[in-house]
Structure formats: C-alpha cells, structure tokens
Design a protein around this ligand. Structure first.
Ligand SMILES: Cc1cc2nc3c(=O)[nH]c(=O)nc-3n(C[C@H](O)[C@H](O)[C@H](O)COP(=O)(O)OP(=O)(O)OC[C@H]3O[C@@H](n4cnc5c(N)ncnc54)[C@H](O)[C@@H]3O)c2cc1C
Length: 305
C-alpha cells in the first residue's frame, strides 16, 4: 500500500513548526525519525494533509545538564545518542539501557525518544525509565508551554495527554540523589528487531542501609506503561535484603494486567514481571550503593557481577 498524498514541511525553528501545526491541526502530524510514522502512513492508518519534520530544529536534539543538576533530554535525541551519552549513563542508566536495547543499529540511529513516548505503545521501551526517574514532559504550542508528569502522559495504547496542536519539546529528569540509581530489564523472543514481551525498570534511592525511595514501572503488561507501587511499597524504609527484593518483585505482579498474545501468555508475562523486577531491583541497588560510595561512571555502568 502507498501513503496518501500529503504536503511536507521542514521548519528551521520551533516557532515555525508550532505555527504550522496550529494552523493545520488536527490534519498535520509531526515526523521525528519516522520509524513508526512511515509505517502508519504507508498503511494509511493515518492520512494527514501535512507532515512537519522536526529534523532541522537543533533545539530539540541532545542531552544537557539542567541548572538544578537534572537532565534535559531533547525529544529528537536518537536512541543511539541516548545509549552512548555519559550523562545519561551516570544519572539515568535504565534509560541508556532501554535505548541501547531497541530495534537494531539502523533503527536506533533514526528512532527518537520523543517519537517513542508520543507513539505511546504499551511496549515503548523508553517510557518506563523516564517514569521511574520522575520525569516531567514539556508540551509546547503556539499558546505557550505546559508540563505534565511522565507517569500520566501515556493514557492508553497510542493515546497521550498531548493535544494535536502541541509538540513534545523536552523531557526533564530531576537531579539524581548521590545514592540513587536505576536499571532496565527486558525479555524478547530474539535479541534484536523484536518488541519486548515484558520489561521491568527499577529506581532505588538509599539513605544509609535503608531504602529512602523506590519506583518500579513495567512494560507490555497493560494498556500503558504500568507503575508498580505494590512492589515499591515493600521496600520503603527497610533494608533491601535479597529476601525483601524477592518479596517486592512478587508484590509487583499485582500491578500488572497482561493479556495473552502471540509473544507470550498472560501467565508467562506475570512470571516475567517477578523475575525481571527482581533483577532490575538488584542491579539498581548495586548501582545506588556504588554511587553512594562515590563509584565512577564506568563502574556504575557495569551492574552486578
Ligand atoms: C524494525 C523496528 C524495530 C523497533 N523496535 C522497537 C523496540 O525494540 N522498542 C520500542 O520501544 N520501539 C521499537 N520500534 C518502534 C519505533 O522505532 C519507536 O517507537 C521509535 O522511538 C519512534 O521514534 P521515531 O523518532 O521514529 O518517531 P516517528 O515515527 O517519527 O513518530 C512517532 C509518533 O510520534 C509523534 N511525534 C514524534 N515526535 C514528536 C514530538 N516531538 N512531539 C509530538 N509528537 C511527536 C509522531 O507524530 C508520530 O505520531 C521499532 C520500530 C521498527 C521499525
């Protein structure tokens, strides 16, 4: 099948893109790397009158430190760039891992984090890391800028809080505590070019020997990335022994509502939630302890033996 005819615009700055989006909304669509969009256009699942490329708007790309010590990630940052960025590896290693696992080298060189979040599939690999790190998303339109929590952004398969005339213009990760870190675990039917069967992402912050903060998010086990508050609650304020981590992983199964499909049954996915959550918590804990001891970036990237 061929895409229906559309006009194509390549603005050089954000104001031009927002003006065009506003003028043609809801018949205009933004294009980032195109890895999801081109398929939808070819299959005529979408028939916009105007496609607005974001590729030539420099302010939308790249990762930099925010004034508060957090991270500012441009939505046009590719998976390859995220996976190899030293700031991301240090402050949000789960995000680097998720980006590095996606698709294939070709896909990672085109696919962007903004496209992954806005496309809003339950299996979107970068959504759980962004959520466990407590990110806020900046949505811009001709009228101005608003912020939403990453956790509430994706509302269902393919659905988000973004209005058609808005663009996602930044992903803001808050500063990481000195004793905090994260890890991403996934299982796929093969090692590349395959959608995740189930993923689990964990973030832990320590205070001395105790857990001060915990956050878990699951992929592909519900209509949207599924937060895991039941498991996180098991760990808050206690020493994260292997037994506690196993209890937390087991409790997280309550937060999943998987379905059967050709990639795996709901029962198998519940089993994976427990296994992958335990692994993610264990690696996040090891990294948080290393950061607390002042371990360097390279060590933090290595995870547990
Ligand atoms: C072979 C292959 C393998 C893949 N493997 C994986 C995988 O392992 N894991 C995974 O999660 N995904 C995977 N994907 C899906 C896809 O690559 C990702 O979702 C990718 O991150 C989408 O980014 P993009 O830049 O290509 O988005 P595009 O296709 O350009 O856009 C996707 C959607 O987001 C909208 N959009 C993009 N940027 C913005 C913005 N800044 N503001 C508002 N709206 C915006 C577009 O209008 C469109 O609706 C795979 C795809 C392919 C083709």
């Amino acid at each position: 099948m061929r895409a229906a005819r559309f006009d194509y615009l390549e603005p050089r700055d954000l104001d031009e893109a927002l003006a065009a989006l506003s003028e043609h909304s809801p018949d205009a669509v933004a294009a980032a790397g195109g890895t999801d969009l081109l398929r939808d256009l070819r299959q005529q699942k979408r028939r916009p009158s105007l496609v607005i490329s974001l590729a030539r708007i420099p302010v939308l790309s790249g990762v930099r430190s925010a004034d508060d010590g957090g991270l500012l990630v441009g939505p046009m940052t590719t998976m390859a760039a995220l996976a190899s960025d030293p700031l991301v590896a240090d402050l949000a290693p789960a995000l680097a891992e998720a980006a590095g696992h996606m698709g294939s080298p070709q896909v990672r060189n085109r696919a962007t984090i903004g496209g992954n979040l806005c496309n809003a599939r339950p299996c979107a690999d970068t959504a759980p890391p962004v959520i466990v790190h407590g990110a806020r998303l900046q949505l811009s339109s001709k009228e101005g800028i608003r912020e939403v929590e990453a956790e509430s952004f994706i509302t269902g398969p393919g659905a988000t809080l973004r209005e058609p005339h808005e663009l996602l213009t930044a992903i803001q990760l808050p500063p990481s505590g000195v004793a905090a870190s994260s890890a991403f675990e996934t299982l796929t039917n093969r090692k590349a070019v395959e959608i995740t069967i189930t993923s689990a992402t964990a973030w832990l912050e320590l205070e001395g020997d105790l857990v001060k903060g915990a956050s878990i998010c699951l992929g592909s086990v519900g209509p949207r990335p599924m937060p895991g508050p039941s498991g996180a609650a098991v760990l808050l304020g206690v020493e994260p022994t292997p037994e506690r981590i196993a209890q937390a992983a087991s409790a997280t199964v309550l937060d999943a509502s998987p379905i059967d499909d050709f990639r795996g049954s709901a029962d198998y996915r519940r089993h994976l939630v427990e296994v992958l959550t335990r692994r993610a918590l264990t690696r996040a804990l090891a990294r948080a302890r290393r950061r607390a001891r002042g371990g360097d970036i390279a060590e933090a990237q290595g995870g547990v033996a």
